[in-house]
Design a protein around this ligand. Structure first.
Ligand SMILES: [Ca+2]
Length: 298
């Protein structure tokens, strides 16, 4: 989430030469996948002994949020500001982001947390003015989570409800850049990022899965379904040897990159500023919903 997609093909190309790229540009699923139900899971706790979808067995669940309450666990599990964003942890215009992230744009109800990006003028405490607000969650709360190796997984519905000021659908859904990723923990001064997915909503079925840690590497995957139509499961098995990316339980990409230091989790719905890929002038809001976030270790 910290660099433009237009850099990624070169990164992937470098890794293809190493032989570590398994599945660039692979179609991985269709709309008939039985795991892709349209509703969030409502149980209060994760199912006993639940394992990563497609990730094998022997995992112990270390940290999670099922988002089945009525408010985000601010300050305990989550914070709304990240060291990845220079303007008070909430805005990053140099990274082609239009939005300033506010806690009030994150709402928890009906078994999921919903992130809402809104076209609204907002002056940050820094004095910088933004034309959009949105929501970011990072696991830096008092009972939050920092990890290096493990399996991180989220079940989510990506960019949807792209609407105008009257609440009517806008056909051109471009301009949104949701992601589920890791960022180096407090005190770590090296780049350790893993992007389980990034979506640019102008081409919503084409996802970017990337390790920015050490050897790095990434894949671009055409998923064969609309990630904004249903909830789907996005995961990464991050080990000392490599990083393996899964979508709905299918291994779709494996790269050599692996972190050497601890990281935090981030869920976000960025608004993309690149001209031509930024929101349609008619667009006033869009959403992303997350059913759960889970992390296991062995
Ligand atoms: Ca849930």
């Amino acid at each position: 989430m910290s660099r433009s997609r237009f850099v990624l093909p070169a990164v992937a190309g470098v890794l293809a030469l190493t032989g570590s790229l398994l599945a660039a540009h692979s179609a991985v699923a269709d709309d008939k996948d039985p795991k892709a139900a349209t509703s969030p899971v409502r149980a209060d706790d994760p199912p006993a002994g639940v394992q990563p979808v497609g990730g094998g067995t022997g995992w112990g669940l270390k940290w999670w949020d099922e988002f089945n309450g009525t408010a985000v666990d601010w300050g305990t599990k989550w914070n709304g500001n990240s060291s990845a964003l220079p303007d008070a942890g909430r805005g990053n215009k140099p990274n082609q982001q239009l939005e300033y992230n506010l806690d009030r744009n994150c709402t928890e109800a009906d078994g999921a947390v919903t992130m809402t990006a809104k076209r609204e003028r907002y002056q940050a405490p820094s004095g910088t003015t933004y034309d959009w607000t949105s929501c970011l969650l990072t696991s830096t709360g008092s009972s939050g989570f920092t990890f290096k190796y493990g399996f991180m997984e989220s079940r989510a519905k990506l960019t949807y409800d792209v609407v105008n000021a009257q609440g009517s659908p806008v056909p051109d859904k471009r301009g949104f850049w949701p992601g589920f990723w890791t960022w180096q923990a407090s005190g770590v001064d090296s780049w350790q990022e893993t992007d389980v997915y990034e979506q640019y909503s102008d081409n919503p079925r084409h996802l970017y899965l990337t390790s920015h840690a050490h050897a790095g590497g990434g894949c671009q995957v055409d998923v064969g379904f609309d990630p904004g139509a249903d909830f789907h499961v996005y995961g990464a098995d991050i080990s000392a040897q490599d990083t393996k990316f899964y979508i709905d339980g299918r291994l779709v990409c494996s790269v050599a990159g692996a972190p050497s230091e601890n990281t935090n989790l981030i869920e976000d719905l960025y608004v993309y500023s690149k001209p031509g890929f930024d929101p349609d002038p008619a667009t006033a809001a869009a959403k992303k919903s997350v059913d759960y976030v889970r992390v296991w270790q062995r």
